[in-house]
Design a protein around this ligand. Structure first.
Ligand SMILES: [Zn+2]
Length: 60
């Protein structure tokens, strides 16, 4: 039941942890290739959740 939310939380956690720990993102002040990849996964998971819960659900 909560598998969609788990995927979203997991994707967000992975992305946020990368942003905290990636030297390249901090050095360039721009997302590196890995960050872009993780962000895309996060956006896809968020879109899946919106599709599952309805478009009226506010995004955090
Ligand atoms: Zn990075």
């Amino acid at each position: 039941m909560s598998s969609v939310n788990d995927a979203l939380d997991n994707a967000r956690f992975t992305y946020e942890q990368h942003m905290r720990t990636c030297r390249q993102c901090h050095a360039d002040a721009a997302p590196c290739a890995v960050a872009k990849h993780l962000l895309r996964i996060y956006n896809l998971a968020r879109r899946d959740r919106m599709r599952a819960t309805g478009p009226d659900n506010p995004t955090a």
